[in-house]
Ligand binder design. Structure first.
Ligand SMILES: [Zn+2]
Length: 503
C-alpha cells in the first residue's frame, strides 16, 4: 500500500479565514494536538508576514516533536531567509516556497514574464536548499496554468532540489476528473518526476476540495494538504478528517493509507473549533454532531440487527464516545488526573489544581460530568492568556415585566470596580455593565450559545466575536449559568485584546 502524507495547514491557510486568528500559545496547543494526530507535516505559519507569525512558527519548531515543521515563503530572498530562521530550531524542518504560474497571476498580479517566473522559482528553491534539505515548491494557481509551462517549471524546480512539488487548485476552480487528469499528465510529461513527491492543495469554492484531492491521490499524488474542519481562505480547504477517513474507509480502492491516528480526529476537531470559534455545522461529515446519529426507525432497526447495515465506519474509529459519563461530585483529584491523562492532556500540578477546583464547582452544580465538560474546563482554565479583567461578582435581575438590571464587579490590575446597568435582556444588561467598567471601544460582532452536553443542567458554552481596529478576536466562556458564561466569554475576548495590545 502507498502511504499518503498528510500536510496540515490549519495554522497557516486555516488561520487566514476571517475571525479565526490565533495567538502563539493557541497555535502551540493546536500544533501539539496535530502531533498526537500524527500528521506528517505541520505548516506552522508564514514567518515573514508579521513578528507574531514568525514567533509562532519558531515556538512550534522548538517545542513540537514528531511532524516536520514547515514555514511558508514567497519566492523572495527575505521571505525564504525569514522562514529558514523560524524553522531552523525544528527536529526536521521544511521551507515551502511558492510563485504563481497562471497567465492571469503572472501578468496581472506579479507583472512578470514566464521566463522571469521560472528563474525566480529556481532561485528560490536553490536558496531554500542552502537552509534546509527539505524544500517544497508550489506553483500557485496551477490548475489554471498552461500545462506546458507548468511542466517546465516543475522539471526545473525538481532539478534545483525541491523534494516536494505542490499543485494547488488555489481558487477552487477544478473538477475532480479534470484535476486527476492534470496530475496524470504531470506524471507522464515531467522527466525525473519520481525524484519528488507530488502534492495537492485544493480549495472548496465549489465544494469539491476533498473530491479533487482524492482524485489526485488516485492519479498518483503522494501528499495532500488539508485543514482540520476544512477551515481556510474563503470557502476553506480540503478537510483533513474527510480526506483521511475516505482513504481509510476505502483503503482497498485507493490501495493507500495515511499515518493518521484517526482516534484523535474528533478531539482535534473540537479543539480547533473551540480555539478559533469556527463552529462545526451539525451535518458536517465525520465530525458534525449528527455524523453518526441515526434517526429513521428503519435505520435504527437495521443497526440493532447488524451495525454494518447503515454504518460504514464507527464513531469510535474517529474518537467519538457518545457522552461517556466519567466523573461525579465524589470523584477525587486522583481520578480527575487519570481522566485528564486518558484524554491526552499533560498538565503541570498547578494546572491540574486549577482545573480540579473548577471541576468540583461544576460537579456540585450538575451531577454528571462528561468528557466534553472536562475538555471545556481545561480549555477555560488552563489554556488562558494572562487576564487583565477578572470576573469577581455578577448579579442579574430579570423577568417578564421587569427591565433587566446587571451588577458586575471586575478586578482590574488588582483593583475591584463595581457598576450597575440595565439593558434589553439579561445578557445585554451584563454586556453594557462590562462595557461601562472597561470603557471598551470594541464592537461585539456575534454572539452564540450552545449546550455542551444534553439536559437543562448542561454546561452552556458562549462564543463571541469582538472587533477592534479592524481585527477580530474570539472569546469563549462555559458555565452552567448562561449569563455567567456570557460574561466570561465577553471578558475572555477583552482580555485577548488587552494581551495583544500590550505587546
Ligand atoms: Zn490555500
Amino acid at each position: 500500500m502507498r502511504k499518503i502524507r498528510i500536510f496540515d495547514t490549519t495554522l497557516r491557510d486555516g488561520e487566514q479565514c476571517p475571525g479565526a486568528s490565533m495567538n502563539k500559545e493557541e497555535k502551540l496547543t493546536v500544533a501539539r494536538q496535530l502531533a498526537r494526530l500524527n500528521v506528517d507535516i505541520i505548516e506552522a505559519g508564514f514567518p515573514v508576514a508579521s513578528q507574531d507569525d514568525y514567533e509562532g512558527v519558531r515556538l512550534i519548531a522548538k517545542e513540537v516533536r514528531g511532524p516536520v515543521i514547515a514555514g511558508l515563503a514567497r519566492a523572495r530572498k527575505e521571505d525564504i531567509e525569514r522562514a529558514g530562521e523560524a524553522v531552523s530550531v525544528a527536529e526536521r524542518s521544511r521551507i515551502h516556497t511558492f510563485i504563481a504560474t497562471s497567465e492571469i497571476h503572472m501578468q496581472r498580479k506579479l507583472r512578470m514574464s514566464r521566463d522571469g517566473v521560472l528563474e525566480a522559482a529556481v532561485a528560490a528553491v536553490r536558496l531554500a536548499r542552502q537552509l534546509t534539505d527539505d524544500v517544497e515548491f508550489s506553483a500557485e494557481d496551477a490548475s489554471r496554468s498552461d500545462i506546458d509551462f507548468l511542466c517546465r517549471v516543475i522539471e526545473a524546480v525538481i532539478n534545483a532540489g525541491a523534494s516536494t512539488v505542490n499543485i494547488p487548485d488555489t481558487v477552487g476552480y477544478a473538477l475532480p476528473g479534470e484535476f486527476g487528469e492534470l496530475i496524470l499528465q504531470i506524471f507522464n510529461r515531467v522527466p525525473d518526476i519520481d525524484k519528488s513527491v507530488i502534492s495537492v492543495h485544493c480549495h472548496n469554492d465549489l465544494g469539491l476540495a476533498v473530491a479533487n484531492s482524492l482524485s489526485a491521490v488516485l492519479a498518483g499524488a503522494g501528499q495532500v494538504e488539508c485543514t482540520v474542519n476544512g477551515i481556510g481562505e474563503r470557502a476553506g480547504n480540503a478537510s483533513l478528517e474527510e480526506v483521511v477517513m475516505a482513504i481509510k474507509t476505502r483503503g482497498q480502492f485507493f490501495n493507500a493509507d495515511t499515518g493518521i491516528n484517526t482516534q484523535e480526529i474528533y478531539k482535534t476537531s473540537r479543539l480547533v473549533s473551540s480555539i478559533t470559534g469556527m463552529v462545526v455545522q451539525p451535518n458536517k461529515a465525520i465530525v458534525g454532531a449528527n455524523a453518526f446519529a441515526h434517526e429513521s426507525g428503519i435505520h435504527q432497526d437495521g443497526l440493532l440487527k447488524d451495525k454494518r447495515t447503515y454504518e460504514i465506519m464507527t464513531p469510535e474509529s474517529v474518537g467519538i464516545q457518545m457522552h461517556k459519563l466519567v466523573l461525579g461530585k465524589h470523584s477525587g483529584r486522583h481520578a480527575f488526573k487519570n481522566k485528564l491523562e486518558e484524554l491526552g492532556y499533560s498538565l503541570s500540578d498547578e494546572e491540574i489544581n486549577k482545573a480540579f477546583d473548577r471541576f468540583k464547582h461544576v460537579a456540585d452544580q450538575k451531577k454528571e460530568v462528561f468528557e466534553e465538560d472536562i475538555e471545556a474546563i481545561v480549555s477555560e482554565e488552563v489554556y488562558r492568556i494572562p487576564e487583565k479583567y477578572v470576573l469577581k461578582y455578577i448579579y442579574v435581575e430579570s423577568g417578564s415585566d421587569k427591565t433587566p438590571v446587571a451588577t458586575v464587579e471586575l478586578e482590574i490590575d488588582g483593583k475591584c470596580v463595581r457598576e450597575v446597568s440595565s439593558g434589553d435582556g439579561p445578557v445585554d444588561a451584563t454586556y453594557r455593565t462590562i462595557k461601562l467598567i472597561t470603557s471598551a471601544s470594541s464592537h461585539l460582532r456575534s454572539y452564540e450559545v450552545k449546550a455542551i452536553t444534553g439536559g437543562t443542567d448542561a454546561l452552556g458554552e458562549v462564543t463571541v466575536r469582538v472587533d477592534e481596529g479592524g481585527r477580530t478576536v474570539v472569546g469563549q466562556g462555559a458555565d452552567t449559568d448562561i449569563i455567567v458564561a456570557s460574561a466570561k466569554a465577553y471578558l475572555n475576548a477583552l482580555n485577548k485584546l488587552a494581551y495583544r495590545n500590550r505587546r
